[in-house]
Design a protein around this ligand. Structure first.
Ligand code: 6R9
Length: 657
């Protein structure tokens, strides 16, 4: 069964986005998108040569646009050009419009707002870059950043790239062990952190976690500590240094270091399906161009119109890198840095922030959307959300119910709803509607972005499935500027994970359908695809069916082993508040799946549970559920990255019942 077997509703672009009173869209018609996309994949040299000069400022112009190949794993873009990331994000805007607000910091406590102009940004980044130089950080060195969502975290990233150092931002929710592993893997000798973090009204012992990690990381010489809460923290002199004392020593200008287009820009560790986390490496020009172009076209960002862009992710993830920091700042934007949670001090927080800062683009994750939907519409009442034009989603498939709620309750049917599909490794969006031209289907990430030549492959033969109405694995058949170039110190693993599985293609690891209209539907990680008696089922599809039930808040589906059918379906559901798990509920939910998808999709077991295992960024860890249902609870691997590791035992107990 494919998505196109159902009559998927199609939502036209809201007329309001095309009319007066809103900025004229950068891409104005579907035909224009199609024409440009064709050019971008057929004549990438011409297309990206032009775009590279339009969106980036070069200290030495490039003469060659594209080189290398996916077959050889030696992809390069703009090979002989030189530039500086920090200059592109900061200086050129500080020169052109120094008083424009670059960052709005929305602190954890409502009302705790700080605005930083481009002039200030240049000064702060420069001071810190000078501090890094004084700590012996040089071009090509790796610097670890483990910080809360405060402006200094952004300064830290830009200070690194200003002097050609690589940042490795580690999400400040990781345990000290995970942090240690990431510090050791790239031999960082400087760690930037804060005394404490602050989130949802609680203090987080950031510096203590760093202390524990650094204790086992002999490579670290210096820990620079920013004062966030002012609480007493343990101190190890001379290793530890106060941020404010160090920056006071230096002038507020540091010349940017020109780097080669292909010089590494940053590392970002990401979990693979096996083994230790991989240090995904992005290089400078290609990454910057992907970030700049998607920010401009996918968010239809208009700095001149005073757009305010709010990406609610954490800077510790790729979404924060590309759409809080680099994409917006490259476009001279005003970007919101949100320190809190969607529900602190109450579930109106997002809407209060949208209203207060007149946000034009809102970017969040399906998990947040579902959580807010579950808490009820009353939390949106009375808030003026009319500044919004584009509301976007990322990180996992968005189920149509959550999509519709987002569209109706948040967008008031007047906004483009943008489901953006991409990965740490892709650097920037690869499948996404362009907001003012692509009619959307809830749950589909629609079409490829410029330069991305998508292919659906038969997972077994690797053969490309041509035409529409096909399902297989999603791959990309030629390089695009912002793709990751290697895994740090492990190019073999890079080839093995992404380029060797299907020679000549970049393999995403996701299953996908291209429906009868050419729309792409992400089916989840290939290892999340369940094959029951020869029927290929997407976990996302079953989850979507379950969530249609009035009692269900969230659902996670995994494949179990089954002697008869090969695999079978195990479904975990949490309920909406004030709904009780009555005796017949599990049966009702089974019927629900049968009704929505078909009898072949009948789950073998349905568990109504209190909570699901989630990462702190909100992704459901199906890997853990899969192990639990398959009797492998003794080899769950690292669960310290879960938002609440205690969930695991209750699930084990439940499955045993
Ligand atoms: C940006 C980000 C990547 C994986 C990816 C896929 C899933 C992301 C999605 C989506 C369906 C979307 N994913 N966006 N699935 N629809 N719009 O999340 O990067 O953390 O590396 O995760 O997330 O499975 O392969 P990352």
């Amino acid at each position: 069964m494919t998505a196109s077997d159902q009559a998927d509703p199609v939502y036209p672009v809201p007329q309001r986005l095309l009319g007066p009173g809103v900025p004229k869209p950068h891409i104005a018609s579907l035909d224009e998108y199609k024409k440009l996309w064709e050019e971008s994949v057929n004549e990438p040299e011409k297309f990206f040569g032009k775009l590279g000069n339009e969106l980036l400022t070069w200290s030495k112009p490039f003469t060659q646009v594209k080189s290398g190949s996916l077959e050889q794993g030696d992809v390069a873009w703009f090979l002989d050009g030189e530039l500086n990331a920090s200059y592109n994000c900061v200086d050129r805007h500080a020169l052109a419009h120094p008083d424009r607000v670059a960052i709005i910091h929305e602190g954890d406590e409502p009302g705790n707002v700080v605005k930083i102009t481009y002039r200030q940004l240049l000064q702060e980044v420069s001071r810190l870059a000078n501090v890094l130089l004084s700590l012996d950080v040089r071009k090509g060195d790796n610097v670890c950043i483990y910080m809360p969502m405060i402006p200094e975290a952004v300064y830290a990233m830009l200070a690194c790239t200003r002097i050609g150092a690589l940042h490795s931002v580690v999400f400040a929710g990781f345990s000290s062990d995970s942090l240690r592993d990431r510090i050791l893997d790239c031999s960082a000798h400087v760690v930037l952190t804060a005394d404490e973090g602050r989130r949802g009204g609680k203090n987080i012992a950031t510096k203590r976690i760093v202390d524990a990690a650094v204790k086992e990381s002999p490579c670290v010489d210096h820990v620079l500590v920013c004062r966030r809460t002012g609480s007493e923290v343990p101190w190890t002199a001379p290793r530890d240094k106060w941020w404010h004392e160090e920056i006071a020593k230096f002038r507020p200008y540091c010349p940017p270091v020109s780097v080669n287009a292909e010089d590494p820009m940053f590392l970002l560790y990401t979990s693979g399906s096996t083994g230790t986390p991989k240090g995904v490496m992005h290089t400078t020009a290609g990454y910057l161009l992907g970030a700049a172009a998607t920010q401009k076209y996918v968010f239809d960002y208009h700095a001149e119109a005073g757009d305010v862009h709010a990406c609610m992710a954490d800077i510790g993830w790729i979404t924060g890198h590309t759409y809080i920091v680099y994409g917006p700042l490259l476009n001279g934007a005003t970007t919101v840095l949100f320190e809190s949670t969607p529900t602190y001090p109450n579930p109106s927080r997002f809407w209060e922030v949208v209203q207060k800062h007149k946000i034009t683009q809102l970017y969040t994750a399906p998990t947040a959307i579902r959580a807010l939907r579950r808490l009820g519409n009353k939390w949106l009442e009375g808030y003026d959300l009319s500044s919004l034009r584009i509301i976007a989603s990322v990180g996992e498939p968005i189920n149509p119910e959550a999509w519709e709620w987002y569209n109706e309750q948040v967008g008031k049917n007047q906004c483009a709803v943008i489901d953006t599909y991409w990965q740490t490794e892709t650097g920037s969006h690869i499948l996404t509607p362009l907001p003012c031209v692509v009619p959307t289907k809830p749950g589909s990430a629609t079409f490829p972005f410029f330069g991305v030549k998508t292919a659906i492959l038969d997972p077994v033969t690797g053969k490309e499935l041509e035409g529409n109405d096909v399902t297989g694995v999603l791959a990309i058949s030629q390089s695009w500027p912002s793709m990751a170039r290697t895994v740090y110190n492990n190019h073999y693993r890079y080839l093995d994970t992404y380029l060797n599985p299907y020679p000549g293609f970049y393999f995403t690891g996701d299953g996908a359908t291209r429906d009868a209209d050419g729309y792409y539907w992400i089916r989840g990680r290939v290892d999340d695809v369940i094959n029951v008696s020869g029927h290929r089922l997407s976990t996302a599809e079953i989850e979507s069916a379950l969530i249609l039930h009035h009692a269900v808040a969230e659902a996670a589906v995994v494949g179990g082993q089954d002697e008869l059918t090969g695999q079978c379906i195990h479904a975990f559901c949490t309920l909406k508040p004030n709904v009780d798990a009555n005796e017949g509920l599990e049966k009702e939910l089974t019927l629900q799946v049968r009704k929505v998808i078909g009898p072949f999709a009948t789950p073998k077991r349905i568990y109504v549970v209190g909570d699901l295992p989630k990462t702190r960024s909100g992704k459901i860890m199906r890997r853990i559920l899969r192990k639990i249902v398959n009797g492998e609870s003794d080899s769950l691997g690292d669960i310290s990255t879960l938002a609440d590791p205690s969930v695991v035992q209750s699930l084990i107990d439940k499955v045993k019942q």
